[in-house]
Design a protein around this ligand. Structure first.
Ligand SMILES: [Zn+2]
Length: 182
């Protein structure tokens, strides 16, 4: 499926974080002006919204999201769009600002992350070029898979294939940053 990214409406902040964790380009802001929204829609993004009226406006590519809990929202969306997020794309984006992560420079990373983390993950530390947060491999990936399995996500139907754990592409939500979380 071609995916040019999502716009998560103002009530869907948690869903936006999960979609980013799964590798989807997901724009989110707590409030949108009509100009913001039109600019984002012109990028070809699909609007995800809890508001029936916004979803039904005929000039928009939009999808009505059901359920108040993120588990219902994500499960419904995955079924509706047949989402199959490739595990290689998981954790490729900053959860807070949606930017694609880059490999961190070792010098910078050694100052920003705890010493034991640096030594255990020396070649797998990634950084968000926008907000400066560092991410590294850890136990979060399997915890996330467990959670998705518990929620019954349709694309989690088997145990993870061998060799995906701990590869250079898997990074974690166990982040460290000198900046406060907003
Ligand atoms: Zn960031």
């Amino acid at each position: 499926m071609e995916n040019r990214g999502f716009i998560a409406d103002s009530m869907l902040g948690r869903l936006a974080k999960w979609l980013r964790a799964l590798g989807y380009d997901t724009h989110y802001q707590p409030r949108y002006t009509p100009e913001d929204m039109n600019a984002l829609l012109r990028e070809g993004r699909l609007l995800l919204t809890r508001h029936r009226k916004r979803a039904e406006r005929s000039d928009r590519r939009a999808l009505l999201i059901h359920g108040n809990h993120v588990s219902e929202q994500l499960t419904g969306l995955a079924r509706e769009l047949d989402l199959e997020p490739p595990p290689s794309a998981w954790f490729s984006r900053c959860l807070l600002c949606n930017t694609l992560l880059r490999e961190a420079r070792k010098n910078a990373a050694s100052e920003k992350v705890p010493e034991y983390v640096f030594h255990q993950n020396v070649n797998n530390i990634r950084v968000c070029p926008s907000c400066g947060r560092h991410f590294w491999p850890g136990s979060h990936r399997s915890r996330m898979e467990d959670q998705l399995r518990k929620w019954g996500l349709p694309f989690i139907h088997e145990t993870p294939s061998e060799g995906t754990e701990g590869t250079a592409r898997s990074v974690t939500l166990e982040e460290h940053s000198t900046r406060p979380v907003p």
